[in-house]
Write a new protein. Structure first.
Length: 398
């Protein structure tokens, strides 16, 4: 049975003054409803140990609209407000399932400005998108066509910190199908000097997108710091200038990662990476900026969902696997391997490039998992210092 993948197609658009005002009001109402519902659920649990459901918060929303203080909620479409309650319900579901932290209140200054519309709140016809409460269609910059014969099921409108407006259309994409199987497998070692090192010996240079704009960003941030705090026009202009530089850096980084991950998924059937804890690694003040700029977590996320789309396999090797200290030729495990050591010679007379050797070891460990289910975490007390290559097969989830 063929199942179509749902993809979100994101476009820029230029709202009219009336549309911008309507969307800004909607963003504010969405934030208000989310915070009110979160406060009500938190209070109910703290006072009566009671879990408030989505249906209960929906009834609360109806009551809020009838009060004089919150009557302005009737001025915007009701669908984004209901979607905000559904998102809060999802946040609580993830919290109780121990997949996320407790939901937090949204802020006017720091939270994402967005509103989600379902099919009852928009009309998409002849390439024109009209949202509820709006008489004119959005002026969308169609940078690429939607899949032929599909219609969006959900529309999300957002505005980023740089003032740019985006509309995201969720559609089924029949063009996304599993690629022809290939026997190619590859190990990928991420780094800072080189963004990726492949087990084939290829090294992909780290573009260091943040470093290219570091001087301009520092100047913009110093200018922003000199402005008096508040909602003054000069501070808004300074904040917008800094935000545009951040957006330019993020766009370049995202574009690079998309190209790299698409290439790896198309060329290889199995891709082996290392399960890094980036959140702990960025606590190193000397490397935090470089690690954040490399965006290893975003790289892994893109790689995994594209592999799922196209019928590929991504294997994450245990973070404690000593890929850099293990000789890929004889299996000897060195006691230490400082970061400044980029090449080293094993007792078997094999000279290794640190990153290429790590990629080879990651590939071997990943293939051991696919072939016999062996664990990729080495034994701690092997007599000869070699890693465990054969262990009791573990049950693999489908």
């Amino acid at each position: 049975m063929t199942t179509h993948v749902k993809r979100a197609f994101k476009y820029r658009f230029c709202p009219t003054d009336a549309q911008a005002a309507e969307l800004s009001r909607t963003f504010g109402c969405v934030r208000k409803v989310y915070n009110l519902a979160l406060a009500a659920r938190t209070q109910a649990w703290a006072t009566h140990q009671e879990r408030v459901t989505y249906n209960a918060t929906s009834a609360m929303l109806t009551a809020w609209k009838k009060t004089g203080e919150l009557a302005y909620l009737n001025e915007v479409s009701s669908v984004p407000l209901q979607q905000a309650l559904r998102h809060l319900q999802t946040a609580f579901t993830n919290f109780f399932g121990k997949r996320a932290k407790y939901p937090r209140f949204t802020s006017r200054k720091t939270s994402r400005r967005s509103a989600e519309y379902t099919t009852s709140a928009f009309r998409f016809r002849n390439g024109e998108l009209r949202l509820a409460k709006m008489s004119e269609p959005l002026r969308i910059v169609w940078s690429r066509p939607l899949p032929e014969g599909t219609k969006p099921s959900t529309v999300t409108v957002s505005q980023d910190s740089a003032g740019r407006w985006f509309v995201s259309l969720l559609c089924e994409d029949p063009s996304v199908k599993p690629l022809p199987a290939t026997g190619q497998a590859i190990g990928v070692d991420v780094g800072l000097n080189h963004l990726l090192t492949l087990s084939t010996g290829e090294k992909i240079t780290n573009p260091r997108h943040e470093r290219r704009d570091r001087a301009a960003l520092a100047k913009a941030q110093r200018n922003l710091a000199r402005k008096a705090r508040g909602d003054g026009a000069n501070r808004r202009k300074a904040r917008l200038k800094a935000a545009k530089i951040h957006a330019r850096i993020a766009d370049r980084r995202r574009d690079t990662l998309h190209k790299l991950t698409t290439r790896l998924v198309r060329e290889n059937q199995t891709i082996v990476i290392e399960d890094l804890t980036v959140r702990n690694m960025v606590k190193n003040r000397k490397l935090a900026r470089a690690i954040s700029d490399a965006a290893w977590s975003e790289f892994r996320s893109m790689l995994e969902y594209k592999a799922q789309w196209y019928g590929r396999e991504v294997i994450a090797v245990d973070r404690w696997f000593p890929s850099s200290r293990l000789c890929s030729a004889c299996g000897t495990l060195r006691d230490t391997m400082p970061l400044n050591v980029r090449t080293w010679t094993c007792d078997c007379a094999t000279t290794h490039d640190r990153d290429v050797n790590a990629a080879h070891n990651l590939l071997a460990a990943g293939l051991a998992v696919t072939v016999c289910g062996a664990g990729v975490r080495p034994q701690r007390s092997t007599p000869d210092g070699q890693s465990a290559t054969k262990q009791k097969p573990s049950r693999r989830e489908p």
